[in-house]
Design a protein around this ligand. Structure first.
Ligand code: LRH
Ligand code: MN
Length: 386
């Protein structure tokens, strides 16, 4: 692996989600696990383990009110003392009875006002944590044709987004996340990348699109969306996970490592891996049955492996074949990189970064898992109610 590829990989930064460390599940069952954090501070402690062993997970995203505290500045100091930073602030307008018919798109102006107040509160929190990104995902939508007026809901959404955009500080951004369906099943008010892109264009340069890899119709060519948004400088972030069917929120790369490679190739090819591109690489996952910290370590390594392979694509050979219309040689150059086992090279890179070559084994040997399982017996575990 060339020194330039290694140098690029050293700059990789992946943001883990606080909610991946808490209990979660499906509508059928939330399985609790021993050692799950009881507090936001303990979630940060666990996130710091992922960074300690991978070296490339220096930030953790928060979700409000799941991570509500009295003193966000104190929480930021706790994070910094652990060698990590607080990243994106995620708003939550999907867990309040008032939002049954929508949050910022709700027919009731009082509910819209309440939802907007929460979004603005999240910007206040960003001012205290020093976070750059406000991540907005709206569960808003309808279940039956005629239930509400789609155009009017877009006007309500646009009005709210503009109010939030005007409140953002000069170094702050909003990341608008789209989703094809769930919890609404007829319309979602931000169902796809085109709708998110159009709203972000209307808002301004500090409004960017967040691509959650689990939020598309089966068979969607996500790497095309990535290539397009990078070209127009509107790709703000990823919510990485993988799925076999719907928004399964499984470990990124677990279901389709080739798709993750194709996505990371377009990121590298489109300049999205460069620091000044400002793309946030976040994980958005739920470890329903597997241990949480090892699950995050595996996820970070999967993104790192896909990135290493993407950086190994022989661009010269690929472009030459593409330009000469040599279909098979072009595909071969692409597949050669994908079929390269980068694990030995990454082990070497980790050693050069002063880390153990095998993060998962190193974590297992650290005894941290046993310590938290023994030490976190009392109190209410964080996450979804079991
Ligand atoms: C919605 C979503 C969103 C988060 C939530 C935890 O499906 O992807 O990004 O707020 O998961
Ligand atoms: Mn998401």
């Amino acid at each position: 692996m060339s020194a330039s590829v290694k140098a690029k990989l050293r700059t990789q930064q992946i943001e883990t989600p606080s909610w991946a460390y808490g209990n979660c599940g499906t509508r059928f069952k939330v399985f609790t696990q021993a050692g799950v954090p009881r507090t936001v501070e303990e979630k940060l402690d666990d996130a710091a383990q992922v960074h300690a062993f991978t070296g490339i997970a220096p930030r953790v995203a928060l979700h409000i009110p799941w991570d509500k505290v009295d003193d966000y500045a104190k929480l930021s100091r706790h994070a910094r003392a652990l060698g990590i930073e607080i990243g994106a602030i995620n708003a939550n307008v999907f867990q309040d009875d008032d939002y049954k018919l929508g949050s910022v798109t709700n027919p009731d102006p009082a509910v819209r006002k309440k939802a907007l107040a929460h979004l603005l509160e999240c910007v206040d929190i960003m001012d205290q944590t020093g976070s750059r990104d406000l991540k907005l995902w709206f569960p808003d939508g309808t279940n039956y044709p005629g239930q509400d007026d789609m155009r009017t809901r877009q006007e309500r959404l646009s009005e709210a987004l503009m109010r939030v955009y005007d409140r953002l500080g000069k170094d702050q951004r909003m990341l608008l996340e789209y989703k094809l369906f769930e919890p609404a099943f007829y319309t979602m008010d931000v169902p796809d990348w085109g709708t998110a892109y159009a709203h972000c264009l209307q808002l301004g340069e500090r409004a960017q699109v967040c691509v959650d890899t689990g939020h598309h119709a089966p068979g969607t060519n996500i790497e095309f969306i990535v290539a397009f948004l990078l070209r127009v400088k509107k790709l703000g972030a990823f919510d990485f996970n993988s799925r076999f069917y719907a928004d399964d929120d499984l470990i990124v790369g677990a279901a389709d490592p080739f798709q993750l490679f194709r996505i990371m190739y377009e990121v590298v090819r489109g300049g999205g891996f460069d620091r000044d591109a400002g793309v946030a690489f976040m994980l958005d996952q739920c470890h329903n049955i597997e241990p949480k910290i090892p699950g995050q370590i595996r996820s970070v390594c999967n993104v790192q492996e896909a990135t290493a392979k993407a950086l190994l694509v022989d661009r010269e050979a690929l472009v030459d074949a593409q330009r000469s219309g040599d279909v098979l040689r072009a595909n071969e150059a692409f597949m050669d990189a994908f079929n390269t086992d980068v694990r030995p090279m990454l082990a070497e890179l980790r050693q050069e970064m002063g880390l153990d070559p095998n993060p998962m084994e190193a974590y297992r040997r650290s005894g941290y898992q046993e310590r938290i399982e023994a030490g976190r017996k009392s109190g209410k575990q964080s996450g979804w109610a079991a």
